[in-house]
Design a protein around this ligand. Structure first.
Ligand SMILES: Cc1cc2nc3c(=O)[nH]c(=O)nc-3n(C[C@H](O)[C@H](O)[C@H](O)COP(=O)(O)O)c2cc1C
Length: 184
C-alpha cells in the first residue's frame, strides 16, 4: 500500500484520447466506498466530456478574461488546463442547513472519496489532478451554476482526468512524519 501511495502523483498533461465509460464508472464506484459520517453519502459527481466540457471551457474563459483583462497569454495558458483534458469531474458535498459540524464532516468524507478516486485512477493507468484555484472555479459561483448544483451543495474540487502525457520529474518530497507527529 505504501508503494502505491508514494507512486500517486498529480498529472496535468493528458493524451488526446477519451477515457472509456467503464473506467469512468469504476472511478465513481471507487469514490462511493469512502467512509462517511452516518452514511449520509454526501457526494455528488458531475461528469463533463465533449459538449458539456466545451461549455465549461466557455465559463472558465469568461472567468479568466474578467480576472486577467490585460493578460491574454495567461488566460490562454490557464485555459489549456481544461481544453487539453478529455474528462472533468466536478465533485460537490452536501451542506446540512443549520449544522456546521455535519457540513464540515461531509466535506471530509468527500475528500476521502476523492482520494479513493485518485488511487483508482492510478490503478487504471489514468492521471488526475485536483483543481480548486483559477480554472478549477471552486471559489466562484460560475461553475456551481453551470453544472446545476443546488444551494445545498458546495463544490469541493474539479478533477481533470485522462491518459497521462507526462511523467512527473520533480520529486514532491514529503516531510517525515517524525516532524509532524507528537507522541503523547
Ligand atoms: C485541496 C487541493 C487543491 C488543489 N488545487 C490545485 C490547483 O488548483 N491546481 C493545481 O495545479 N493543483 C492543485 N492541487 C494538486 C497539488 O498541487 C498536488 O497534489 C501537490 O503539489 C502534491 O503533488 P502530488 O499530488 O504530485 O504528490 C490541489 C490538491 C489538493 C489536495
Amino acid at each position: 500500500m505504501l508503494k502505491v501511495l508514494k507512486k500517486r502523483r498529480a498529472i496535468r498533461k493528458f493524451q488526446n484520447k477519451p477515457v472509456e465509460l467503464e473506467k469512468i464508472e469504476q472511478l465513481l464506484e471507487a469514490a462511493t466506498y469512502a467512509p462517511n459520517d452516518r452514511m449520509r453519502e454526501p457526494w455528488h459527481f458531475y461528469v463533463m466530456q465533449g459538449d458539456s466540457l466545451k461549455g465549461y471551457e466557455k465559463v472558465a474563459l469568461q472567468f479568466l478574461q474578467k480576472r486577467f483583462p490585460t493578460k491574454p497569454h495567461l488566460v490562454q495558458s490557464s485555459l489549456e488546463a481544461i481544453s487539453n483534458t478529455p474528462l472533468v469531474i466536478a465533485v460537490t458535498s452536501a451542506i446540512v442547513e443549520g449544522d456546521e459540524g455535519s457540513t464540515k464532516e461531509n466535506a471530509y468524507a468527500v475528500s476521502a472519496a476523492i482520494m479513493s478516486m485518485w488511487l483508482m485512477a492510478e490503478d487504471l493507468g489514468l492521471g488526475m489532478v485536483w483543481r480548486t484555484r483559477g480554472v478549477g472555479l471552486v471559489h466562484d459561483r460560475a461553475l456551481h451554476e453551470y453544472i446545476g448544483a443546488t444551494d445545498q451543495e458546495q463544490l469541493i474540487g474539479t478533477f481533470c482526468i485522462g491518459y497521462p502525457a507526462e511523467v512527473p520529474t520533480t520529486e514532491k518530497k514529503r516531510t517525515s512524519y517524525t516532524k509532524k507527529t507528537t507522541w503523547l
